[in-house]
Design a binder for this molecule. Sequence first.
Ligand SMILES: [Zn+2]
Length: 207
Amino acid sequence: MEKLQKQGYSAFLNQYFKENAELFSDLSKRQKPHTMMITCSDSRINPALLLNAKPGELFITRNIGNVVPPYLPAKGSTQAAIEYAVNVLNIPKIVILGHSNCGACAHMYHQPKNNELSLPHVENWLQYIVPAKSAAMLEVHANHNKNIFELTEKHNVISSLQRLMEYPYIQNRLVDNKISLEGWWYDIGSGKVEIYNFDKRDFESVI
Ligand SMILES: [Zn+2]
């Protein structure tokens, strides 16, 4: 283990773990997270830090671009994580957490140069962001003052919410009011979070 990692682990064990020993003892027997977060792999996003949440509170799945793929074909870990969270853990809330300066969304506008390193898996995965790009381009066409990247990030959150609502077991729980879905956009530079308002079809500041 490198020196930095050793120091970090040592600090965790001697401070955080000791201070929360009772919590960890309880968590060693079960988990009952109150929220599932689907967010980007980006190193600048830390859902637990953002919500001041302790271990056991958040069930988190991450991928490039915080994407929820369509229900079918089922061939990814994100679908498996959602299925487990909803059907086994009975999670009452799912949050799609998008963010500013998202490399996945920006890549949709990238013009490849000759001899550029090919990224076949990334390119294949980013197909899920194409509808968000189309929606963002339409919106920018109508209002040139809007930022195409931010719009793509926000439409990407909306696309993921829409796909989530098409998962049959989530549809059933929505009808029975057993689950709620939220779309968030987090601005890295300011710490600001905006939440999607389904009625107004727009994002609003939380505080
Ligand atoms: Zn991202």
